[in-house]
Design a binder for this molecule. Sequence first.
Ligand code: ADP
Ligand code: MG
Length: 565
Amino acid sequence: MAPSMAAAQPLPSSKTESYVDNKRKDDIRTANIKAARSVADAVRTSLGPKGMDKMISTATGDVIITNDGATILNKMEVLQPAAKMLVELSKSQDVVAGDGTTTVVVIAGAFLKQCQTLLHSGIHPTVVSDSLNKVAVKAVEVVTAMAVPVELSDRVSLVKSASTSLNSKVVSQYSSLLAPLAVDSVLSVVDPAKPDLVDLKDVRIVKKLGGTVDDTELVKGLVFDKKVSHAAGGPARVENAKIAVIQFQISPPKTDIEQSIVVSDYTQMDRILKEERSYILSMIKKIKATGCNVLLIQKSILRDAVTDLSLHYLAKAKILVVKDVERDDIEFVTKTLNCLPIANIEHFRAEKLGYADVVEEVSVGDGKVVKITGIKDMGRTTTVLVRGSNQLVLDEAERSLHDALCVVRCLVNKKFLIAGGGAPEIELSRQLSAWSKVLHGMESFCVKSFAEALEVVPYTLAENAGLNPITIVTELRNRHAQGEINAGINVRKGQITNILEENVVQPLLVSTSAITLAAECVRMILKIDDIVTVRIYVILHFGLETFWINNSDSLDFFDCFIVDS
Ligand code: ADP
Ligand code: MG
């Protein structure tokens, strides 16, 4: 492939520019590069629609099957610090673009391979690093020039790019359902006042085991993955709902400290019970007085949200109760319902309630969920109810949907599309190689090497699809040299076609951020010439004995030793 060609070319030799660092520093740099490259090699086989999936078995015995680069790396137990940087790189790409998490690591791996060759030829790491920076800046310019603008009203193009991202997933056969769903979810949360921003927190994914991925649906409203809590006679369906989100509990208060009260007299016992009853009744009366007929109660670790007694009275008052709403979900719930959370019964007022046509418990798969639909003045949020026949598929469906959502978000942020299938990378490689000829000296040589490194994407796509990578990449180069800038690998047909016509498109942001972040990470690795391990000694006094603790953040028994006693 590319690097061997780079190595074959004669080096411009000049004594002053040739750089030999001391042995230890060289060794550390080489070790870092090697370790980081091995991480990149581990995920290389999962790139593209024909890429392999990974089965990850965690320490707790769980099994995960995934194709998502960020997930694979996140679950890998990487110890070497430089290799960890590649894991972080994939995470950054996940945050910035959401898709392209394998691509970014594969590109970084290819850059590292070229660095190895360049350093080995005696070029100073700073020269290599600066050249890589130049390559990244120029690359962004070139792909931006290749991009085609897209309008948010052009739903077809958005769906195409979402399905490209789903193509490579385990759940790819459902892309015709999931891609439009992702587009609709994201577009429905775009605020016309801020047309460039999407907060994916406004799209909530609720997973429910049972059925198949085909049953996945977009719900205009709220879904809680739990049953309604009710005693005999309590409602499980309420129409014209007046909904309160409360952060207090409908149960008798507990003492702050653990106490036991011994009651020996029966009349006293009776009084306590009566107190409890009247306490709860007065609360429920206040709630009922506002017309509220649905209560969503925040989860509390201090005491029970409801007791048998309060459920009984709530059932009598015909109030539907959903308890244990997660604290983190409260913001989403109140935003959707367009209501205010109520922290205390004293503040329970009608103007804080939300309104909806129906709140009901429905059977889904093996379990039940509570759905709230027809919300009045609903906030800009969406819920997607993801279904799957087993946990493995369900989890992967969620992760894949996340990627598709991110792709649409990228297009909302930066409204440009580019072709996929290795087309932009080959074009970049060609234009950067040509550009390297106008540069001088070492820099020109380094830029050329990095330009060749970008061919790793089409090379790997072809390799993973079982095609002959060398023939395909050579043919691609020819086509691009003849001006077909959108010629790419059609992995389905196993040949080179105009990839835009095949509807394989991806957001510009995914490609630009992949190149920029990969370059940044490789430059950081290049600049490291030493690893210093810091040991922290902490002295602990336990009674008469003093312990030294080696490395305070891992309080391991074996690290402690007695200093004096
Ligand atoms: P990542 O985690 O980096 O998104 P993927 O496994 O999703 O990795 O692969 C993405 C790559 O696959 C992109 O370069 C994209 O252009 C390419 N790709 C996706 N679908 C197709 C297709 N149908 N034909 C050719 N290439 C494709
Ligand atoms: Mg992808």
